[in-house]
Write a protein of this length. Structure first.
Length: 336
C-alpha cells in the first residue's frame, strides 16, 4: 500500500489493536487520515477481542497493518523505513499494575526496550510529532490532589509506573539530544466500549452477568478519575499537528511536554459500581477485600494545562459513558 495515498500526514499508531489504539485509529480513519497500525496481538487478554477491533479497522481502504513487536528493533526500523510516518503515536505497552508484580521482565521488554526502539526509529527517520502514552500511575500514592504535571513523580509503587516514568525521561533525553518533538500523556483510568477485559469495570460486568461476586478492594474506599475513551481520542486529534515548541517545559530547551489527560473529577468506587449496575440493569454481589499491593487510594487529574493549550475539556460523565459501555457489552457478547 502506498504510504502517500492520502494528503494528510500518515500516522503510525502502535498498539492499534489495543483499546485506545483502536479507538484512535478509527477516529483518524473517519477523519480521512492514512493510518499505519502496528501490534503484536499478544495474549495478555483475549486475542479474539483484539482481532475484532482489527477487523473493524481493516474495513477502511486507507488503513495498513503490520504485525510486529516493539522489542524487535529491526522490525521497528523496517516499519519506519517502509511507511515513513510523519506522526507517531505510541500506545503499545504492557499494561496493568498488578500483572507487573508477577511478570516484571515483560514490562522491561515492552515498555523500556520497545520504547527505546521507537525513539531510535524516530531519530533515524525523523517525525513531525511523537505522542506517547504515560500513566497516572507515575504519581504513586500521593496525598496532595489534584495531581499536577509538575509534581514529584519519583516514588512509584509499581514496576508499571516505573516504566512509564522511564518513558518520560527517555523521551525528554531524545528530544533534547536529537530534536524529536515529543508529547507524553498521563492517562487516568480510561474506560468505554471495546475496553480492556483486565480493567476493573470490565471484570465487574463479566462477574455481574455470571452472577458471581465482584471483588472490591480497600472495602470500596477508593477514588478514581475515570476518563471516557472519546475524551481521550478527541484530545489526541486536537494535538496531532501541534508539537511542542522549544522550551515548552520550563527549564529545558527541548521540544517536550507532558500533560494529564483525565476526567478531572474523582469518583468513589462504590458510586461507580452503582452506576454500572444501573447501566447493566443488574445488581452485583459484592466481596469486600483489603487494599492490594501496588494499588493507590486516589487518582485526580489537574487538566488545566490541557484545557489552556488545546481547549480540551472532558465531556462524557460516567452515567453516559457506562451506558455506552453496557450497550456495547450486551451487543458484542450476545454474538459469542
Amino acid at each position: 500500500m502506498d504510504a502517500n495515498i492520502d494528503n494528510k500526514a500518515p500516522v503510525l499508531i502502535t498498539g492499534a489493536a489495543g483499546f485506545i489504539g483502536f479507538h484512535l485509529s478509527k477516529l483518524l480513519l473517519d477523519e480521512g487520515y492514512y493510518v499505519i497500525g502496528f501490534d503484536n496481538l499478544n495474549d495478555y487478554y483475549d486475542v479474539s477481542l483484539k482481532q475484532s477491533r482489527l477487523d473493524v479497522l481493516q474495513e477502511y481502504g486507507h488503513f495498513a497493518f503490520a504485525k510486529g513487536d516493539l522489542a524487535d528493533s529491526g522490525a521497528v526500523d523496517d516499519l519506519f523505513g517502509h511507511f515513513k510516518p510523519r506522526i507517531a503515536v505510541n500506545l503499545a505497552a504492557q499494561a496493568g499494575v498488578r500483572y507487573s508484580i508477577e511478570n516484571p521482565r515483560t514490562y522491561i521488554d515492552s515498555n523500556i526496550t520497545g520504547f527505546l526502539n521507537l525513539l531510535e526509529a524516530c531519530r533515524n527517520h525523523p517525525v513531525e510529532h511523537l505522542i506517547y502514552a504515560s500513566s497516572s500511575s507515575v504519581y504513586g500514592n500521593r496525598k496532595e490532589t489534584p495531581f499536577k504535571v509538575g509534581d514529584d513523580v519519583f516514588t512509584p509503587v509499581s514496576l508499571y509506573a516505573a516504566t512509564k516514568m522511564s518513558n518520560e525521561a527517555m523521551a525528554h533525553t531524545y528530544s533534547h539530544l536529537f530534536g524529536i518533538p515529543a508529547t507524553g500523556l498521563r492517562f487516568f483510568t480510561v474506560y468505554g466500549p471495546y475496553g480492556r477485559p483486565d480493567m476493573a469495570y470490565f471484570k465487574f460486568a463479566d462477574r455481574i452477568f455470571r452472577d458471581e461476586p465482584i471483588q472490591i478492594f480497600n472495602h470500596g474506599d477508593l477514588y478514581r478519575d475515570f476518563t471516557y475513551i472519546d475524551d481521550i481520542t478527541n484530545t489526541i486529534l486536537r494535538m496531532l499537528h501541534c508539537p511542542p515548541k522549544a522550551g515548552a517545559t520550563e527549564g529545558t530547551g527541548a521540544r517536550y511536554k507532558v500533560y494529564n489527560i483525565g476526567g478531572g473529577q474523582p469518583e468513589h468506587l462504590l458510586l461507580f459500581i452503582e452506576t454500572l449496575e444501573k447501566a447493566l440493569g443488574l445488581t452485583a454481589k459484592k466481596e469486600f477485600l483489603p487494599m492490594q499491593p501496588g494499588d493507590v487510594y486516589m487518582t485526580f487529574a489537574d487538566t488545566s494545562e490541557l484545557e489552556r493549550d488545546f481547549g480540551a475539556v472532558p465531556e462524557v460523565r460516567i452515567e453516559e459513558g457506562l451506558k455506552r459501555f453496557a450497550k456495547w457489552y450486551n451487543e458484542y457478547y450476545s454474538h459469542y
